[in-house]
Design a protein around this ligand. Sequence first.
Ligand SMILES: Cc1cc2nc3c(=O)[nH]c(=O)nc-3n(C[C@H](O)[C@H](O)[C@H](O)COP(=O)(O)O)c2cc1C
Length: 348
Amino acid sequence: MPENADQTSLRKKEHIELCLTDDVAFREKKNGFDNYDFENYAITEVDLSKINFETSFLNKKIKYPFLISCMTGGTPSSENINARLAVAANNLNIALGVGSQRQALENDEYHNTYRIIRKNAPDVPILGNLGASQVVQLQSFEPVKYLVNQVEADAMVIHVNPAQELMQNKGEPDFRGLLKKLRKLVKYLDVPIIVKEVGAGISRKAAERLLETGVKGIDVAGAGGTSWSGVEILRNNGNSNHLFWDWGLPTSYCLREVAKLKKKYKFMLIGSGGIRHGFDIAKSLALGGDLAASARVILQTLEKSGVDGVSKLIEDWFETVKQIMFLTGSQTISQLRNNKLVKKENLY
Ligand SMILES: Cc1cc2nc3c(=O)[nH]c(=O)nc-3n(C[C@H](O)[C@H](O)[C@H](O)COP(=O)(O)O)c2cc1C
């Protein structure tokens, strides 16, 4: 039986609490970036002072190709989290995703937890969010338009999360009719749709089916960071030896594969899932991502060091990316994408 509004809110609260720990990380599986190294370019002539990360995303200029991934909303503690994430995103001039707005369709109680985002981040791209398992149940798309307006979203994110739904107590692992619904939703909404996973990755095959429906962005949200199977297994008092804990495709594999579709489709490719530092960001861009994104590490940093801590973290990450660009002879991100990575196995 589907859960009710209070259960949704309680689940969101438990998600935040569990994600503030590292207990929900993948066990053995890695994001895969460590299998690559950058090729040192000993005769670099890059002008460090002229490296500029500014890029256009959803018709807005952002300072870094970076997105704070969709996390929360719909539970009391999420108002304060979203308020501060929004301040950080607006100060840094980067994009920000809202957590699933499902709760806002169930009752009126926590609408401010979502609205605060646009209030505190008036200038940057904001992404709305709803689960695919809700989309397939909709009789009309008016509620989705309502959610777009609620946060004045520049794009709507639909998250696909079959492994999470399958592991979740009272989950809804039923996505029948999804592609058909997406095709219609793309035409109905005035803003583009981006489809993301939540940490189990999107394969090239799946991405191609999605792009055929007209969606304009893919966030691979691959394996190696937060395991959402793991989160739900823990919520069920299961143990970490559960065979599905590490289910998913590593982020680097998804990026490499999905980037190949750029030859055929025009879309935004977002690299996320286990981004830990500037090297991961640089590698995700070098593998073809237009933007990198991160979730749990940002939440943990916010909890520990506040808005300033989040700003510093992201600025430090891009300082590292800048240094990598210098050392690889890349004046621009598109030059960084030009064969600057080597598989470590080829180094020996
Ligand atoms: C506390 C928390 C809540 C999340 N809630 C959502 C959500 O509502 N919708 C969504 O699409 N993804 C959600 N995610 C998933 C993230 O957006 C991201 O895809 C995933 O955690 C993998 O990234 P990471 O390894 O950087 O954490 C959530 C993540 C966290 C940490």
